[in-house]
Design a protein around this ligand. Sequence first.
Ligand code: CP
Length: 321
Amino acid sequence: MDESLQPAWPAGWTRRHLLDLESLSREEIEILLDTALQMKKLTQGCRAKVPLLSGVTTANLFFENSTRTRLSFSLAARRLGADTVDFTASTSSVSKGESLLDTAKTILAMQVDSLIVRHRAPGAPYILADNLDCCVINAGDGPHEHPTQGLLDMLTIREHRPRFEDLTVALVGDIAHSRTARSNIWGLKKLGAHVIVCGPATLVSRQWEKFGVEVAHRLDDILPRCDVLNLLRIQFERQYTRPFPSVHEYALLYAMNRQRMERAKSDILIMAPGPINRGVEITPDVADGPQSVILDQVTNGLAVRMAVLWLTCRVAQQAAV
Ligand code: CP
């Protein structure tokens, strides 16, 4: 392969799994972001193919629904020349009683090298990493972590604001049930940003202060200080009781809308991991407006996932030599 199409190998990277951002060092997070940027350049904006992983097979093992994460892991693998296979729990033999581990072992027996796992149980990817001889990447484990979402959010911020130490980033919404919030908090804090978690007290407890973040319950109070707003979806599917009287009241207090944009910094970045609920956490004019980088986040998801697949698979290949 043409050497100019090989990203430089980062000496500090030794992991063959990506399970969370909590256990990563600042240096490892920077390696992932730098490699993602290189991948974006090498593939001319995530469009072209570079055969860095030809001969490798990845499998998407998704026990929860997904649009962005699953499609971008598949496309990232194909951009790097890998083969990829999709598993969907609802149409699989899980309905006949097959366990997570037996399902994963069955897929690995088809000569798969890397498992990309989404599961509603926090910790499920760790069980696979502990028991199987393959790369394991966490694509979201219940409310625990979603490391590639945290990375793509940070890559998108860094493209606009390179110095995290100068930034105040607010995560707004359903913090209690959000794996995206946890991965953002770990990653952003390690890179030096000031992080605020904001939402109704029923979804944003004071306990979050233990993570070194500021807790706020009134978006209007913190808005003028924010450089970045990451608007998280209310995850009704993970809630047993309704955490606020009505969606209308939530939108009145927390939706980013035109009036609030007028009181925000003029260069504020508006982000959302998606899927977005228009009219609940964000109004359509803001979601589609000039400060929104929501679709840039999706493109950067491809770059981050190419970087994660390449770095983890290369470590596994080197160990096998
Ligand atoms: N942000 C995110 O994880 O989206 P999907 O559920 O569509 O993958």
